[in-house]
Design a protein around this ligand. Sequence first.
Ligand code: GTP
Length: 597
Amino acid sequence: TELSKIRNFSIVAHIDHGKSTLADRLIQETGTVAGRDMKAQLLDSMDIERERGITIKANTVRIDYKADDGQDYVLNLIDTPGHVDFAYEVSRSMRAVEGSLLVVDSSQGVEAQTLANVYHAMEADHEIVPILNKIDLPASDCDRVAEQIEDVIGIDASGAIQVSAKTGQGIHDTLEAIVKELPAPKGTRDAPLKAMLVDSWYDSYLGVIVLVRVIDGELKKGMRVKFMSNDTLHGVDRIGVFRPEMETIDVLGPGEIGFFTASIKQVRDTRVGDTITNDRHGCETALDGFKPAQPVVFCGLFPVDSAEFEDLRDAIDKLALNDASFTFEMETSAALGFGFRCGFLGLLHLEVVRDRIEREYDIDLITTAPSVVYHLHMRDGSMRELHNPADMPDMTHVDHLEEPRIKATILVPDEYLGDVLKLCQDRRGLQVDLTYAGSRAMVVYDLPLNEVVFDFYDRLKSVTKGYASFDYQMFGYREDNLVKMSILVNDEPVDALSMMVHRDRADARGRAMVEKLKDLIPRHMFKIPIQAAIGGKVIARETLSAMRKDVTAKCYGGDASRKRKLLDKQKKGKKKMRQFGKVDIPQEAFISALKMD
Ligand code: GTP
């Protein structure tokens, strides 16, 4: 395809503002997919994404469009994830395209992720076309939202396109705007191949699939290519595009986006942001490499039933084939046996992986307290990363500790501002900025990531009745007075529950933890002390009293089936418990105990 007939773009939006619905409409309107093949939200390919309504892996689709000027165009849409955990994926896929559609729900207005994502688009020098979506809704107010886009984002929204992705209104105008307002890509066909590795994933039939954007030259079937970051060579055996299903073609020229396969064994052999060129006489300079995504939240995953350890290993290996941003290593815990210490891009990422293991591989898991990565500055001058509070060395060797901080941007209607400020303050936040955009406040806080990983987002939603939006980015490390708090059940330390806390908050945290655990752990035949301790010092204590009666004692009167049911239920409950010394702790205790109210 000629460069002047290509348009490459992405769609940026806050979650639920209609990105996927709009993408589906563009595909449908251009006849890329026959009506009957149109599944709801075509681009979200994994079930779990569809269920949760979030887009995780960047997807791409090639659309043929005959414009009003009578010319045939090729439009390449790269779909980007909308959630904060995947900010890195957003920024890298943005570099593969020249423009963005900025979708804002005209009944809601600009939200925190609208801002975060549009900044990525600006950094990538995109031409941006504002779209006001959901104009079919009675609450839609295009004038107000256009003004807000100009005020808050600072781009001209006078020509914003009014769209209903639901009814199809404005879809034709959107396609015309893509052709007229977005720039065509630049590139040279008779130059050595220079292509950007945008994404890669594992497919059980084809092996590793590599998504590329060709900058210069041509990518052809049968040629040998070199990955410049590690000088590895690969023979290209299949080239294609997504429409959105795969279609094989022979050549990808400059400006084009598509995939190839080359008998690559694992996703780990491909580096996102790498430059791909000819094996001989290749291009001289590589594209600016991207930095790989760094896991920021770690936790242990253990099978509830220790006999399932090998199954868990298998599941994790398979998931890792397709997700290079997720890290893992084997871990053994005195209480939990064999498991894995895993690193994630954020809490949502953690939840998605955990859900997939439980659901797709049918393994019940114990998830230990999520922990951020601390920097331990040792007395001997060295620095160590601490991924697991259980590995905390004796404090006498540690000079000081630093914890990761984030910069959080929160947009919230005026009336909830007080509650949001209080929440941030309670979580050791430092206010950086407070401005207004219409009747909404925009607050920026510098917060410890450790205070955000457990339930900050849930709390924020509940104190603002769902009206706040939130986005964050990593910010740096700062020293603080942090200590390791251990939890002892029946005088045995349960390392899966140990956590790093700020010294000033340790007493309150410890008290809350032991109280929660007292409710979560079922009674046993003996009494069980539950304690929180720092070093050797107990800071909080509760005692779970012994069970008095047989639970079935109440079912007198010969109702055998009822009695059996009750015993069955007990047995089932047992399966989800782990033994610590003589005490059974239910699986949900590990998560629930960590949530703060
Ligand atoms: P993520 O994929 O989670 O980032 O969300 P999204 O931005 O892709 O939003 P999605 O397309 O899933 O739309 C969110 C909700 O808004 C869905 O229930 C859609 O049916 C609805 N929706 C999308 N566009 C419109 C519209 O123009 N009008 C109305 N009334 N509803 C719409």
